[in-house]
Design a protein around this ligand. Structure first.
Ligand SMILES: C[S@@+](CC[C@H](N)C(=O)[O-])C[C@H]1O[C@@H](n2cnc3c(N)ncnc32)[C@H](O)[C@@H]1O
Length: 327
């Protein structure tokens, strides 16, 4: 859906549970590390009226333009910066109150705007350049990885980030077909290997989604997911930001994270569980001090989309929301 300004009004994933979890309130200071089209951010700012503030970050300048339009009605209360959420601490310096922020949101992965634009190269259903970068100025692009990386490294990332059982054969087939410059050409090469091996079902990275329920997925799904994660360094960024976000919160402040596949969700779950137990010790420390629990789990099990949301937005099917409160 688009309004007269062409601004997408798609409803963000798990919108109500995110707002209910973050409990935005007047006077609060919030950070949306993945502001995207600004849907969650608009909800937070509306709930924090008249004076709550939000710092919104996104690596993608095109997403920020959309967010800027959408958040214009909130004026100075919304501050938007093109940056990775891994830079959150520096960027929060002039924004966060001394006691810390009231809430932080990370809605991971890519937006439907990015997926729906063939020129960004995220989708295998349409033809486009092999790009997949959230930040178009960053390196490498998917083209560089597909065409220039050694085949064993290519196989490794397809295995690790796609949990693709045919990673070695796929890498070999890509090597034989190089150069490959379009999403369609790559999808065809991958499909040739996976279909030939007779596998289009399974769990792994797509657990919680269609694959776990035994439904058919496109044979290139895992490889495209793997490339996107590698191009954008997604799992390293996530592992790096979680302790930073926790540090930036005030006691009682909340962090909400939406993951879209099991590799992401595992990082979030493990970090939250360790910090909630408070038994994190440094094995290299000769006098390890037992840490106090740093957070409480607001969600013991991740929240998922309701049947109504799934009917309206099938993309929500693999979303898992975890929320914690800093102690
Ligand atoms: C699922 S969308 C967010 C949608 C948003 N919650 C909304 O309501 O419209 C994820 C966004 O995160 C951005 N992103 C991914 N990795 C990022 C990172 N390391 N730092 C900042 N933004 C990132 C993507 O560019 C994308 O726009």
């Amino acid at each position: 859906m688009a309004d007269s300004a062409g601004v997408s009004r798609h409803v963000p994933v798990l919108y109500q549970p995110v707002l209910a979890g973050l409990q935005p309130a007047p006077g609060g200071a919030y950070i949306d590390g993945t502001v995207g089209a600004g849907g969650h951010a608009a909800g937070i700012l509306a709930a924090a009226a008249p004076d709550g503030r939000l710092l919104g970050l996104d690596r993608d300048p095109a997403a920020l333009e959309v967010a800027r339009e959408r958040l214009r009605p909130f004026g100075e209360r919304a501050r938007l910066v093109q940056a990775s959420y891994t830079q959150m601490a520096e960027l929060a310096a002039g924004f966060a109150p001394a006691a810390g922020c009231d809430g932080i949101l990370l809605d991971l992965g890519l937006s439907s705007l990015q997926l729906g634009d063939p020129a960004r190269g995220f989708a295998f259903q349409t033809d486009g350049p092999l790009d997949m970068r959230f930040d178009p100025q960053a390196a490498p692009s998917a083209d560089e990885i597909v065409n220039a990386w050694p085949l064993d490294e290519l196989a490794d990332i397809i295995f690790r980030y796609g949990e693709e059982p045919h990673s070695r054969q796929i890498a070999r087939a890509i090597g034989a077909a190089r150069p490959l410059h379009s999403t369609r050409a790559l999808a065809q090469v991958v499909a040739g290997v996976v279909r030939g091996a007779g596998v289009v079902r399974g769990a792994g990275a797509l657990r919680g989604g269609r694959a776990e329920r035994g439904e058919r997925i496109h044979p290139a799904t895992r490889t495209f997911q793997a490339l996107r994660i590698a191009v954008n360094g997604e799992l390293d960024a996530l592992a790096a930001v979680l302790p930073v976000a926790l540090r930036l919160l005030r006691p009682g402040g909340r962090l909400a994270v939406i993951a879209f596949h099991s590799l992401e969700d595992r990082i979030v779950k493990d970090f939250f569980r360790r910090q909630a137990r408070g038994d994190e010790t440094d094995p290299t420390d000769p006098y390890p001090a037992p840490f106090e629990p740093a957070l409480a789990l607001v969600t013991r099990k991740p929240l998922t989309a309701s049947p109504e949301e799934l009917a309206a937005n099938p993309r929500a099917r693999s979303a898992k929301l975890r929320i914690i409160e800093k102690l």
